[in-house]
Design a protein around this ligand. Structure first.
Ligand SMILES: [Zn+2]
Length: 379
């Protein structure tokens, strides 16, 4: 009998230990896994902060993706903590017009030998280690100074003005980058492929690579971007272990535009997902002339490729397109964005939402009906 009690004691102790270990290993997210992440992108705010947070709470918003200037405001930060709103700082990586103004030599170069620039979109070459190291330090300082729950990596890709890429475009119509000397050297070193010496012009070298070694070029580009996601994540986690990493991704499915997601943007989502906690495709359907059901198809595709947490970002107001994004369309886009396997939604942007009482009401309505139906499923 004594032996039996002893065995029981050890079994119970062992079980308790197992439970403790599994609890300790459970990942703590910015927003608990069972809750949807409902976020807004906000870049600036002129009004009262207490009212802003009150309104967010009443709408069911639990996360703010904010600019570096906004998070530097002490009142904003303390109200976010008080109201239990998680903050992610948006950090544009290879889009940095101020830096390019000072150092035009950092410009990424297209296959025609020109600077990567279209309207407001100008890109820095992702192979410039001096710039990347400087940006890593910048991220470390932001995390150290403002203690956000997460960082949201934006423009972490090669040059593409996807906001104006419509469904009829083809792969060859999209600009491939970057063919400056840093990238050409990096590619040759990593792939052991030698560009023929007789090719003098950048455009000749680019054509030769695209015609003869596109898979290797694409793989190398994706590795460069993944290594940047890794570098920024590690730097942030070094300062604040447990900080969450979100990556903004181009809203293209794997097969769209002949595989442009990897070939042009250099975003290999399966690889990026190994270093990030969330992937947030910018599903601005109205601007890229898609219907609302396209949003869910993008989320599904990202999930299929990564098996990861996908939080689509949706647009609140029309942009670039001279046609109103109606309330009905906005409501439909929100419903699509929340369909499984989505883990939430991010509204772009608060500035657009703040001036639209009708759309704010719709958010409440959709989130409430969703909460109600998920509760009903429990019974
Ligand atoms: Zn380059």
């Amino acid at each position: 009998m004594q032996e039996y009690k002893k065995i029981c004691f050890w079994i119970v102790t062992l079980l308790c230990l197992l439970v403790l270990v599994s609890c300790a290993q459970k990942e703590e997210l910015a927003v608990p896994e069972e809750e949807l992440l409902v976020g807004v992108k906000i870049y600036d705010h002129a009004g009262s902060f207490p009212e802003l947070f009150e309104e967010w709470r009443s709408l069911g918003i639990n996360t703010a993706l904010v600019s570096a200037s906004l998070i530097s405001d002490q009142e904003f930060r303390s109200l976010a903590k008080k109201n239990n709103i998680a903050t992610f700082v948006i950090i544009p990586i290879f889009y940095n017009p101020e830096e390019l103004e000072k150092r035009p030599d950092l410009f990424a170069i297209t296959e025609t030998g020109k600077k990567a620039n279209e309207e407001w979109v100008s890109f820095i070459c992702p192979s410039r280690q001096d710039y990347s190291s400087q940006r890593v330090e910048y991220v470390k300082n932001l995390v150290r100074d403002y203690d956000p729950e997460g960082i949201s990596l934006d423009f972490i890709r090669y040059f593409v003005y996807w906001e104006k890429v419509y469904p009829d475009r083809t792969l060859s119509s999209l600009s491939n980058t970057c063919f400056d000397s840093y990238c050409l050297e990096g590619f040759q070193k990593a792939s052991k492929i030698k560009i023929p010496q007789k090719l003098a012009e950048t455009s000749e070298k680019a054509s030769w690579i695209i015609e003869n070694h596109l898979p290797e070029w694409t793989e190398w580009k994706c590795q460069v971007i993944t290594s940047m996601v890794k570098a920024f994540s590690e730097a942030a986690r070094k300062i604040k272990p447990g900080i969450k990493i979100n990556a903004h991704t181009v809203p293209w499915r794997k097969e769209d535009f002949g595989g442009a997601m990897k070939i042009i943007a250099g975003q290999d989502l399966a690889q990026i997902a190994t270093h990030a906690d969330y992937l947030s495709p910018m599903c601005y359907h109205h601007m890229v002339m898609r219907n609302t059901s396209w949003i869910q198809s993008v989320v599904e595709d990202v999930y299929r490729l990564t098996q990861h947490r996908v939080i689509p970002s949706i647009q609140v107001k029309e942009a670039y397109i001279d046609k109103t994004l109606t309330q009905t369309e906005f409501r439909d886009s929100l419903v699509e964005a929340l369909k499984p396997p989505s883990k939430g939604v991010v509204f772009w942007s608060w500035e657009s939402l703040a001036n639209s009482p009708g759309k704010k009401e719709l958010i409440k309505e959709v989130l409430e009906s969703r909460n109600l139906s998920s509760k009903q499923m429990l019974f």
